[in-house]
Design a protein around this ligand. Structure first.
Ligand SMILES: NC(=O)C1=CN([C@@H]2O[C@H](COP(=O)(O)OP(=O)(O)OC[C@H]3O[C@@H](n4cnc5c(N)ncnc54)[C@H](OP(=O)(O)O)[C@@H]3O)[C@@H](O)[C@H]2O)[C@@H](O)CC1
Ligand SMILES: [K+]
Length: 520
């Protein structure tokens, strides 16, 4: 269900343990890495014979992977030239030095990069980028910037294979620092590094391939990494409903929200809940807006108090309380509004002795960010899910959505550690964070989900899954995956966008049926 995404530091630690605790020679790991890289090139070029290749080898082990690969390419009759960043003698005594020596023995031409006139570089068929891998830190030094620009220039007409990480890309955040190699394929070793998986890395990584280099499984199990990707297998959590299912057993979701101009939000949340299988959905909304909230969906029930207020207020809680035993999950906030009475309602809800599993979304998040003391009022913190988008998240940290998106994983961890609640940080590559657990990252980044109402649908899906009995962690992972998967499907159907938020909900059950059938 989850694919490990080690940070460069974690990967370096696994390498170190394999070498020091298991006595696997680093030269062997490097050899394995180079064989995996060769495999990619053989796949790309069924006949390598006569092709030309430039191998850029940096000062560390990433460069060593390049030296080893050079040997294999020559054995496949490729014309190879190596450009190395350090003087040959400076590699002496290192793992990279071992493979450099073998390359030298094979008479492969070796050029010292800093001394080589870049203007004389030939156009080749293949460029191998072995400049920087997991050891890259900070900002690129100027000479590396020059070399990377050159790789990208040649790469316009050549196949670029990056070893482990496109050089210049931060392996943890996925950001170019400030530029990076634009690879056609990145062959990353053992496991995908976290940064490769994150949206900023997308223009650089090309097709991401993973090549196992022989790190013992035991090391990875005993020293788990802190980030995982959600995989298709998460859908195994879904089971076909029994033919005798009663609607009461499929979960009743209560959605609290709706205010003037914002009636679509609770309606879409209700639709999300219904389309993901909730048995019953009720929206608690202002009486004056009940017809608008319901729209043309007779399936949506409403709950309201008899007054003329256009915003929900604490008096709504009385009627919610009377009915609370019916609801298995609550979605608090879609279209709620930011009126003071809404804050009072939220406070009285949090004062309830008991309330169902709750998703706090939209305007309720505004209140939590404005009055963080509200977090202290939450009784069972492991039974609530907060679902901010980057803009809402920024309000908790007093910064901007761009800042959050630069370091999404870091902020997700900070939020969870500080408030001790479950979190879904929405946006491209949505993050699920649960206290004491690793971060789970969605593989989907699709513009077809970037539209008003998409988050309301997700909130409804989450409410529905919680109401059906999934744990908050499973509901969060499953809900995020289902939402993203549907977005991907809509991307195929509407490549230029234009889908409606309700299309997400309406497509969801059909997309699930299709992909589950395909994978069986
Ligand atoms: N460990 C193993 O056994 C195995 C490792 N493997 C492979 O090794 C890779 C990790 O190797 P690594 O740790 O040697 O680091 P690596 O990515 O080559 O870079 C180090 C060099 O980067 C440089 N540098 C840093 N920052 C910089 C900057 N801002 N701007 C410019 N330069 C900068 C720094 O240079 P220096 O500052 O020292 O001059 C340093 O020398 C890994 O990704 C995988 O491919 C596989 O073969 C499997 C076995
Ligand atoms: K590289």
């Amino acid at each position: 269900m989850f694919q490990p995404l080690p940070t460069p530091k974690e990967m370096a630690m696994w390498d170190k343990m394999a070498i020091e605790d298991f006595n696997i020679l680093p030269e062997i790991l490097m050899e394995n890495a180079s064989q995996e890289a060769l495999y990619i090139l053989r796949e790309q070029f069924p006949s390598l014979k006569g092709k030309t290749a430039l191998i850029f080898a940096g000062s560390g082990n990433n460069g060593g992977d390049g030296f080893a690969l050079a040997r294999h390419l020559v054995n496949h009759e490729v014309k190879v030239m190596i450009l190395h960043s350090k003087r040959q003698k400076e590699y002496r005594g290192t793992t990279a030095g071992y493979h450099l020596k073998l390359a030298k023995k094979m008479d492969i031409p070796l050029m010292h990069l800093p001394e080589y006139n870049m203007d004389f570089l030939p156009q080749v068929d293949i460029v191998v980028d072995g400049l920087l891998g997991t050891g890259f830190k900070g900002h690129l030094r100027s000479e590396y910037e020059k070399w990377i620009k050159k790789i990208n220039k040649i790469g316009e007409k050549a196949f670029v294979l990056s070893l482990d990480i496109p050089s210049g890309l931060n392996g943890e955040t996925g950001n170019p620092s400030p530029l990076a190699v634009k690879a056609d394929v990145t062959i990353t070793f053992e496991e995908a590094k976290l940064g490769l998986f994150l949206p900023p890395a997308k223009p650089y990584v090309g097709t991401l391939k993973i090549g196992k280099i022989g790190i013992p499984k035991k090391i990875k199990i005993e020293n788990p990494c802190t980030h995982y990707a959600l995989t298709h297998k998460i859908l195994n959590l879904l089971s076909l409903p029994p033919s005798t299912l009663h609607k009461g057993k499929a979960g009743h979701v209560l959605i609290i929200g709706g205010s003037p101009g914002l009636c679509g939000a609770p309606q879409l949340a209700a639709l999300g809940a219904l389309r993901s299988g909730a048995g019953l959905v009720t929206v608690a909304c202002p009486q004056s807006l009940k017809t608008e909230v319901k729209g043309c969906f007779p399936e949506i029930m409403t709950l309201f108090v008899n007054n003329s207020d256009s915003y929900l207020g604490p008096e709504t809680l009385e009627i919610i309380k009377e009915n609370l035993f019916k609801f298995k999950a609550v979605v608090f906030g879609p279209g709620l509004g930011r009126n003071k009475s809404c804050l009072e309602l939220l406070k009285s809800y949090l004062c309830l002795e008991n309330y169902p599993l709750t998703v706090f979304d939209a305007d309720s998040l505004y209140f939590f960010a404005s009055y963080p003391e509200l977090f202290d009022m939450i009784k069972n913190k492991n039974e609530v899910i907060f679902t901010p988008h980057p803009g809402e998240m920024a309000r908790f940290f007093g910064n901007k959505a761009e800042d959050i998106n630069q370091q999404r994983a870091k902020y997700a961890y900070e939020f969870v550690n500080k408030y001790k609640v479950n979190l879904i940080l929405k946006g491209a590559a949505t993050i699920v964070a649960v206290p004491g657990k690793p971060l789970y990252i969605s593989p989907f980044a699709t513009p077809n989900l970037a539209l008003g109402g998409s988050g309301d649908i997700l909130a409804g899906i989450l409410g529905s899954l919680l109401a059906q009995g999934y744990s908050p962690l499973n509901a969060a992972c499953l809900g995020v995956y289902m939402h993203g998967l549907t977005g991907q499907y809509l991307g195929e159907k509407y490549p230029y966008r234009g889908n409606l938020a309700q299309d997400i909900a309406n497509s969801l059950p059909l997309v699930l049926a299709k992909v589950i059938k395909q994978s069986n």
